[in-house]
Write a protein that binds this ligand. Structure first.
Ligand code: PCA
Length: 210
């Protein structure tokens, strides 16, 4: 059984890379403890919920940290809430466009994170990385996967601490913009994610190395 599951997303919305996938790859190649699992999720409203469900039920991790990209953000944003709503601004990578639809018919309106989100924000800041506590993960794929993860844990009585962190764009993504968006270097994001993991797995049981 894994103690830790870390996920990111493939690129979407015209971008060629997704910082969340880059952080997950870095984590997998450098600091990952042997009993941790990683996955890159598709930006696909049918496949991504299936994948996160299978990952959670198969690994039953102590902690599930999900990462995604948020264009325009200047800080790591630790998401406090997942809402039962799909309201896509753009279609997913398979062309599916969901507007004003629940994620889970008759599911609760929202779930709170089951991780110590405020401690995580403080830990990220203490590592010298900008961080915010955020009240909305939006209504696209990140919120959807976050909601499904919390719903699976609630309905299967898993004690997994689930949390979602949105990451800014990478400088290489903004270099193509006519009006550049805020960015953060991959090393800085990774330092923040590492600090967040250490906060959610106290006593450094995360085994996450620098
Ligand atoms: N960000 C999108 C989906 C995938 C990602 O990395 C979001 O914020 O919903």
């Amino acid at each position: 059984m894994s103690t830790l599951l870390v996920t990111g997303f493939e690129p979407f919305g015209g971008d060629l890379i997704n910082p969340s996938a880059e952080v997950v790859r870095w984590f997998a190649n450098n600091g990952k403890p042997s009993d941790a699992a990683t996955a890159i999720l598709p930006v696909d409203a049918v496949q991504a919920p299936r994948m996160i469900t299978d990952l959670l039920l198969n690994h039953q991790p102590d902690v599930c940290l999900m990462l995604g990209q948020a264009n325009g953000y200047a800080a790591l944003s630790v998401e406090r809430v997942a809402i039962n709503l799909c309201d896509f601004r753009i279609p997913d990578n398979a062309g599916v466009w969901r507007i004003d639809e629940p994620i889970v018919e008759d599911g609760p309106a929202a779930y709170f994170s089951t991780a110590p989100v405020r401690d995580m924000v403080q830990a990220i800041r203490a590592a010298g990385v900008p961080a915010d506590l955020s009240l909305s993960a939006g209504a696209y794929l990140c919120n959807m996967v976050y909601y499904i993860a919390l719903h699976v844990c609630a309905t299967h009585r898993l004690s997994t601490r689930c949390v979602f962190i949105h990451l800014p764009s990478l400088p290489s993504q903004a270099s193509l913009d006519s009006r550049p968006r805020p960015t953060m270097a991959l090393e800085t994001m990774y330092a923040g994610v590492r600090a967040a993991l250490q906060a959610v797995m106290p006593g450094d049981k995360s085994g996450v190395r620098g």
